[in-house]
Design a protein around this ligand. Structure first.
Ligand code: ZN
Length: 183
């Protein structure tokens, strides 16, 4: 399926989804990961983010956008064989709704491909994947997926079971935005 390159949803003051752009479901289906979940009008955005590190990260972005009026955050939303460089733009509208727009900036081949599958629980054999930069954690190192695969960290023949989180580098980057705003 051809994935739409841009999509948006709108939130009310209680962070409920009030509108979803027409191509959202196709967009969510074509993209892996919690960065673009299938969204349902009337529900809270927070019901669609399962892991608490990503939830807190997204809450911080939304809170900062409400304070600053707008905010952009680049992130990765890879498919098994494509690195997808994305940008999320959050904008406060005049009626206090928030517009959250996701757009594809560029793609690169992900070689070797990396097939991931979310693990329902954190267990031995699963690895952490950062919801922002999509890097994978092996021991104390956060590795690009293609590098991890080429170095033999990713098992061949079956999906890599992953647990979503936000890596220390992306957490620090968000904290520094916070401190800039408060300075
Ligand atoms: Zn990261």
């Amino acid at each position: 399926m051809d994935c739409p390159t841009q999509n948006a949803y709108w939130l009310d003051q209680q962070d409920r989804i009030v509108e979803v752009s027409a191509e959202w479901d196709a967009f969510a289906e074509a993209n892996e990961g919690l960065c673009v979940a299938a969204l349902v009008k009337g529900q809270s955005l927070w019901d669609h983010i399962a892991d608490s590190p990503t939830l807190r990260w997204m809450e911080a972005l939304v809170a900062q956008a409400r304070l600053a009026g707008e905010l952009t955050q680049e992130y990765r939303c890879d498919s098994p064989n494509r690195k997808r460089f994305m940008r999320m733009s959050i904008r406060c509208l005049s009626d206090d709704r928030l517009e959250v727009r996701h757009e594809l900036l560029r793609e690169e081949v992900l070689d070797p491909p990396v097939v991931v599958e979310p693990a329902t629980t954190d267990y031995e054999g699963s690895v952490h994947r950062c919801s922002c930069c999509n890097r994978l954690q092996f021991s104390n190192a956060w590795l690009e997926p293609d590098y991890a695969a080429s170095e033999g960290f990713v098992p061949a023949g079956h999906p890599l079971m992953i647990v979503y989180t936000v890596c220390p580098a992306c957490t620090t980057a968000l904290d520094s935005v916070d401190s800039l705003k408060l300075a």
